[in-house]
Design a protein around this ligand. Structure first.
Ligand code: SAM
Length: 300
């Protein structure tokens, strides 16, 4: 793929009368989100009373499906809870492993319309909450609907408009899973804006994800309709064998930027990403079905 092929501009999203989470949570749905929370993959610890309290703290509208990058189509409550789960997972990890420092500045890189940033703000997990994304449409949605957050478009070329050592915590959920070009340059740019000792959590399609795919998996058709960077033919059986390369991607034949699906083995992450950050923890299914990789800035 050529840099010029990447799609940078998207039309703004307009969706009037968007609901708030408190209006969506009926008794019926309560059961669904409790089931969702208690799934083993959602390891963040919730107390039932706590989640009811957290709902009352969030007055923000829920984006409609066109503005949330395929997250939980038709399932607004799970959409909201998934963002809270991710936010809790990251903040709990920092508490447990870094001695509960205050999070002054937080960045969600590739934030879409603020699925996770909204919780950092509403639940008061960080003081200044930032989100950046390539997609102008979802960033405009976030700027309009989450006014307390700082939302910016970033470019394809790895550069972020923040000073060195600025953030205490950076997350990127399902973003590096779609970055094939300039991956190391992006990691270096994120390291530049992370403070020494700060934490970064990135999600990855690892061998755990690879082996969970079958013909019914929602990614199956996408992968089948893509061009693989290695010589891998997609059949239902291919996923029962070991992941065939340490790093490879599937590029959609229509060549749209975010339709690249990358796979990286855990060893590859430890070696390649470990040259840039200190890899601390790889949590299987730490973000939905992805691995979540916790890393620290190498300087303390
Ligand atoms: C699958 S969506 C995930 C959205 C969001 N992180 C979430 O968890 O709801 C992938 C996001 O990554 C963004 N993205 C992909 N490449 C990017 C890049 N180089 N810089 C910033 N954002 C990028 C896309 O625009 C899209 O919003």
């Amino acid at each position: 793929m050529h840099l010029n092929d990447l799609v940078l501009f998207h039309p703004p999203y307009t969706a009037p009368n968007l609901p708030k989470i408190a209006e969506l949570v009926t008794e019926d749905l309560r059961k669904r989100y409790y089931d969702f929370i208690w799934e083993p993959s959602n390891r963040a610890t919730f107390a039932r009373e706590d989640i009811d309290r957290r709902i009352t703290l969030d007055p923000l509208p829920i984006p409609d499906e066109s503005a949330r990058d395929r997250y939980f189509a038709g399932r607004d409550v799970e959409y909201w809870v998934s963002g809270l789960t991710d936010a809790l997972m990251a903040t709990e990890w920092v508490k447990v492993h870094k001695g509960d420092p205050p999070i002054e500045r937080y960045l969600d890189f590739g934030c879409s319309s603020g699925r996770v940033v909204r919780h950092f703000l509403c639940q008061d997990f960080a003081r200044l909450c930032h989100g950046t994304d390539l997609n102008t449409g979802t960033i405009q949605w976030a700027q309009k609907n989450i006014p307390a957050g700082i939302f910016l478009n970033n470019t394809i070329v790895p550069h972020l408009p923040f000073p060195d050592a600025y953030f205490d915590l950076i997350t990127a959920y399902s973003v590096f899973t779609h970055i094939d070009l300039l991956e190391e340059a992006w990691l270096l740019e994120l390291r530049r804006v992370l403070r020494p000792g700060g934490t970064i959590a990135l999600s990855n399609h690892s061998e755990g994800v690879w082996s969970s795919i079958d013909a019914d998996h929602f990614m199956y058709e996408d992968l089948k309709n893509s061009q693989c960077t290695e010589n891998i033919e997609i059949t239902p059986e291919v996923f029962s064998s070991e992941m065939p390369h340490p790093r490879f991607g599937f590029v959609r034949k229509d060549g749209v930027a975010n339709e690249v699906n990358m796979f990286r083995s855990r060893n590859h992450i430890r070696e390649a990403w470990g040259r840039i950050f200190a890899v601390e923890d790889i949590i299987e299914r730490g973000h939905l079905f992805h691995d979540l990789i916790f890393m620290s800035h190498p300087e303390h």
